[in-house]
Design a protein around this ligand. Structure first.
Ligand SMILES: Nc1ncnc2c1ncn2[C@@H]1O[C@H](COP(=O)(O)OP(=O)(O)OP(=O)(O)O)[C@@H](O)[C@H]1O
Length: 260
């Protein structure tokens, strides 16, 4: 007998094959994500990061195998229930520029509002809490169209927080950001996992930053998927083999890629 409380993963992929009707992108995938973990999905262009995220969020059917959320098969979860479990932040270029920050964040409450879309006091509280967590309360009445890309990124993140789901997925949340703001956003994601116990999974090309900031890394490479801690990944040879060796190499001592 053990006293250790069993930690049940919030998300699991079992013997998963992902891809499209005429193309297998990756197979034999097994992934386990726990609450309060920050997880980066990395891999070269076209390796299958978006395909994996789409499959894990139920936007693309697996070719075989299954995805479980809180031990329940994704295909048996209703769309309504799924919107209470998963929020997704995409790199959005089309959104209503005329919405105020507060209005856009309030869209995160859609799974909970009535058919008229009226916000209850609980909905308003969730919106205010999300604005506070992202430190954008002072911008709540600004039009989204007047914000910088970095500020907008925080607003989309606040909308996902307001949705109050245990899982948040983001597709390349640091695109368009300068180095300082890339670190700012990733640190913020990390703080959110600690503060809220949410699991946050994001696709990124920022491998050096992911190695420094994430709890787990999912590497997509040549049809295979590896889940490891940053330390395990650095010790493995996987990063050395990620890119052709003519321009860039992984230096295990400094735990980063460098130009040759
Ligand atoms: N709808 C589709 N039908 C068929 N093949 C597709 C489809 N969408 C993507 N692919 C292919 O699947 C593979 C993986 O693409 P995916 O977009 O998942 O890669 P990625 O790692 O997210 O790439 P990037 O870093 O460039 O965004 C690529 O070869 C791509 O051409």
């Amino acid at each position: 007998m053990t006293n250790k409380t069993e930690i049940k993963p919030i998300l699991q992929a079992q013997e998963l094959t992902i891809g499209y009707a005429n193309k297998i992108v990756a197979e034999e995938i097994s992934v386990e994500i726990n609450a309060a973990e920050l997880v980066a999905v990395i891999g070269i262009n076209g390796s299958g990061k978006s395909t994996l995220l789409k499959t894990l969020t139920g936007n693309l059917d697996p070719l075989s195998g299954k995805v479980l959320i809180q031990q329940k098969s994704l295909k048996d979860i209703s769309v309504q229930k799924l919107s209470e479990l998963i929020s997704i932040v995409l790199t959005e270029t089309h959104f209503s520029q005329n919405l105020s920050v507060e209005e856009l964040v309030a869209l995160g409450r859609q799974p909970y509002t009535n058919w008229l879309g009226q916000l209850s006091s609980e909905d308003r509280k969730a919106v205010q809490q999300a604005l506070e967590l992202l430190e954008i309360t002072d911008k709540s009445q600004r039009k989204c169209g007047s914000l910088s890309d970095g500020q907008l990124q925080k607003v989309f993140l606040a909308r996902a927080i307001a949705q109050e789901t245990p899982l948040i997925f983001l597709d390349e949340p640091t695109t368009h950001l300068d180095l300082y703001h890339k670190i700012f956003v990733l640190q913020l994601l990390k703080k959110l996992t600690r503060k809220t116990e949410k699991a946050i999974i994001f696709a990124t090309h920022e491998i050096n930053l992911a190695l420094q900031l994430c709890d787990q890394i999912i590497l997509v490479n040549q049809g295979k998927i590896f889940q490891k801690t940053p330390e395990e990944l650095i010790k493995s040879n996987l990063l050395q083999e990620l890119f052709p060796k003519d321009l860039v190499e992984f230096d295990a001592a400094s735990k980063s890629f460098r130009v040759l």
